[in-house]
Ligand binder design. Structure first.
Ligand code: DSN
Length: 446
């Protein structure tokens, strides 16, 4: 067998090198992205990818799983220990299948379910209309108030009126504490299951930088690759409260995942999850989680000091939303591209009281998990805040034409002009200089 990717598949090899360069030379500020350790990548890029292991430890449908059982059981035990829960399934391929497994365990098609509306900071799989979860269940979304905070009174009223089977709590674009306690009261008052999707904040929960949903939710789901800094995968956990409500819940969730939804688990990824859970149990990781929040607070303050509006006027977690509405509605995509030219990756996002649409929203979402992994601290955040504000100001004169026919040509011209913008190109040099001070994966060489 030939050994090297470079000789077998130069095209993919070169693309990998280019992606490493892109990650090294830019500021990764999409709050759901991170840089996993080389140890995690070693687990993922291993012989484990060769093995079929349908079933669960000690109950497999294929031979030769003695070693795989050790690996999967280690991941399960570490997840249970770290999150303080009696059951963990580590096989869901990612966050969306994990959430679907929860629905298919506790709901029937047509049942009412509740989650935060996607444009208000929720997630597609919490019942949005374009997701299968908003189509096969009767989705009753709750919202944020004009001040950007969750409207708990509305949620309470909707739950009383609609008697949902399942309520989701946990968000993708919400910069305040997740109100687990309040939603537990709402769910309990109508006999609903409460599922906490902590994909965004799991690393903060582990670090003690955000409250845990363990005592409030029946089920906890999380992806493993965001603030947890592991490989792309997911955990589905059942709490003591969940087992009290339904002693069979853990077994039922396992059966939904396999054989209900999935076939062979990706044991190479599960090994990576195990390794990342070990890393996350260290004191160093606790410090990392706390620093993510300190950095986010410093960044939000810096942005506001540079004249930017931040939804809810700040953050207590890893992310924030820049609300560009004062410059005009629908500016998110323009800012996203200007920042990309300046070497900063963010994503356009809706904001509270959105005046435009999810495709042309009025804000950008950004966060600090990946920058914190690189070792950046408050001092760097204040520099980055100034660069972001300058970049956004460079494109404030652009606005989306009302006429849909004119948009394509307008955006093409905007991109052409922005790619050549000298101020943005100068900001990119500043970004590169900063990145070079915080080398990423130096062990991988050039
Ligand atoms: N794509 C994730 C995020 O960026 O928040 C949610 O699935």
């Amino acid at each position: 067998m030939a050994q090297n990717l470079s000789s077998i598949d130069p095209k993919i090899y070169e693309a990998l090198k280019m992606e490493l360069k892109r990650q090294r030379e830019g500021l990764e500020m999409i709050p759901s992205e991170n840089f996993t350790s080389l140890a995690v990548m070693e687990s993922m890029g291993s012989v484990l990818t060769n093995k079929y292991s349908e079933g669960y430890p000690a109950h497999r449908y294929y031979g030769g799983n003695q070693i795989i059982d050790i690996i999967e059981q280690t991941a399960i035990d570490r997840a249970k220990q770290l999150f303080g829960v009696p059951h963990a399934n580590v096989q869901a391929l990612s966050g969306s299948p994990a959430n679907l497994a929860v629905y298919l365990t506790v709901c029937k098609p047509g049942d009412a379910i509740m989650g935060l509306n996607l444009p208000d900071g929720g997630h597609l799989t919490h019942g949005f209309k374009t997701s299968i979860t908003g189509q096969i269940f009767r989705s009753v979304p709750y919202h944020v108030k004009p001040d950007g905070y969750i409207d708990i009174e509305e949620a309470r009223k909707l739950a009383q009126e609609n008697k949902p089977k399942l309520i989701w709590v946990g968000y993708t674009a919400y910069s305040r504490e997740v109100p687990f306690k309040e939603f537990a009261e709402i769910a309990d008052s109508v006999g609903a299951y409460l599922a906490a999707d902590i994909s965004h904040i799991a690393g903060l929960v582990v670090a003690g930088a955000h409250e845990s949903p363990r005592d409030y939710a029946h089920i906890i789901t999380t992806t493993t690759h965001k603030t947890m800094r592991g490989p792309r995968g997911a955990l589905i956990m059942v709490t003591d409260k969940g087992l009290k409500k339904d002693p069979e819940l853990a077994e039922r969730i396992n059966k939904t995942v396999f054989p209900g939804m999935q076939g062979g688990p990706h044991e190479n990824v599960i090994a990576g999850i195990a390794t990342s859970l070990l890393e996350a149990s260290s004191q160093e990781f606790k410090e990392y989680g706390q620093q993510i929040v300190r950095n986010a607070k410093a960044l939000a303050s810096g942005l506001m000091a540079n004249g930017m509006k931040i939804a809810t006027d700040g953050t207590v977690n890893h992310l924030m939303l820049i609300d560009l509405t004062p410059m005009g509605k629908g500016k998110g995509a323009f800012a996203e591209y200007a920042l990309e030219v300046a070497g900063i990756t963010v994503n356009k996002n809706t904001v509270p009281n959105e005046q435009s649409s999810p495709f042309y929203p009025s804000g950008v979402r950004l966060g600090t998990p990946a920058l914190t992994t690189r070792g950046m601290k408050e001092q760097e955040m204040s520099l980055i805040a100034r660069i972001i504000a300058d970049a956004c100001n460079e494109v404030k004169q652009y606005s989306l034409p009302e006429s849909k026919e004119e948009r394509h040509a307008y955006i093409a011209r905007f991109r052409e002009e922005t790619a050549k913008n000298q101020k943005l190109i100068a900001l990119r040099s500043e970004v590169l200089e900063l990145c070079n001070k915080f080398p990423l994966y130096p062990e991988l060489g050039q």
